[in-house]
Design a protein around this ligand. Structure first.
Ligand SMILES: Nc1ncnc2c1ncn2[C@@H]1O[C@H](COP(=O)(O)OP(=O)(O)OP(=O)(O)O)[C@@H](O)[C@H]1O
Ligand SMILES: [Mg+2]
Length: 263
């Protein structure tokens, strides 16, 4: 559904965040980006939504074509939900209002949705119910826990009726149990609705648990692309340059069953 062709990103200050990279993402696929800090994960994710302009190469979206020019980018963003690490909600607004914001792409101007019609509210309430927060719908967003706020972020992405969700470290600020619940929820919803997801993470354990496919970068280079079962100690060393602390949480059988492929 989305193809990255020979995509290179060099920032104006000369930093080459992404070496020419080609990848293709399928409909309904749950992909996790791994890589050390500064590896280029956010750069690649942002390029998939036209937030970062490539220096070379391009991004092709099925049914839209090349991701360049305001019109193509707007059409793509309307069907692409974004979930950010934090600071994504308007704190003084209710959960319901925040989720309704996700519908704005469907309307020509704010004036056409204020006050929000009943049909719009029902779509938002359905999404809030799916993320388990119906009792909090009228609560101010800043009165929710971090995990609950991330679930509101997922609901806001869902009301866009997306075919793709891009999530940049969506659980980075959460404790491990909340992080697992939020990721589990995102994974279940994407699978139920056939939504493709591309999620950057720092936790190998979660990548192993939820990813259909892991794509890893090191210093802007693609160093791994394959199913979690193929990600062994050798690959992990190559991604991080060293073995990260949570490698011990991965069951040993995951290391013995691998075939060891590098992209
Ligand atoms: N706007 C920018 N201008 C210049 N350099 C940038 C910019 N954004 C990122 N970089 C640089 O590009 C490289 C890749 O950064 P990026 O944010 O994509 O990494 P990341 O893998 O998302 O890291 P993290 O895990 O810390 O979020 C880094 O060297 C970073 O300093
Ligand atoms: Mg990042």
């Amino acid at each position: 559904m989305i193809q990255v062709k020979n995509l290179e990103v060099v920032y104006p200050n000369g930093t080459r965040a992404l070496a020419p990279t080609s990848l293709s993402f399928g409909a309904g696929e749950f992909t996790v980006f791994l890589g050390a800090s500064g590896a280029g994960k956010s750069t690649l994710l942002r390029a998939l939504n036209g937030l970062v302009q490539p220096t070379r190469g391009n991004v092709q979206v099925d049914g839209i074509g090349e991701l360049s020019g305001g019109k193509n980018i707007r059409t793509h963003r309307r069907r692409t939900g974004m979930v950010f690490q934090q600071h994504q909600l308007i704190g003084r607004c209710s959960v319901l209002t925040n989720v309704l914001m996700g519908r704005l792409g469907y309307h020509a101007s704010l004036r056409t949705v204020f006050p929000f019609p009943a049909g719009e509210k029902q779509i938002a309430l359905d999404a809030i119910e799916r993320v388990g927060l119906i009792d909090y719908a009228l609560r101010r967003a800043d009165q929710l826990s971090g995990g609950q706020q991330q679930r509101v972020g997922i609901a806001r992405a869902l009301v866009q009726k997306p075919t793709l969700i891009l999530a940049d470290e969506p659980v980075a600020s959460l404790d491990p149990a909340s992080a697992d619940r939020v990721l589990g929820l995102l994974h279940r919803i994407c699978k139920d609705d056939g939504i493709a997801a591309i999620v950057s993470l720092h936790q190998l354990e979660f990548a192993k648990r939820y990813a259909d496919r892991i794509v890893a970068l090191a210093h802007g280079q693609l160093v791994f692309d394959g199913p979690p079962a193929n990600l062994g100690k050798r690959e992990i060393d190559r991604i991080y340059g060293t073995t990260p602390a949570d490698v011990d949480k991965i069951p040993d059988e995951d290391f013995t069953s691998r075939t060891g492929t590098y992209a």
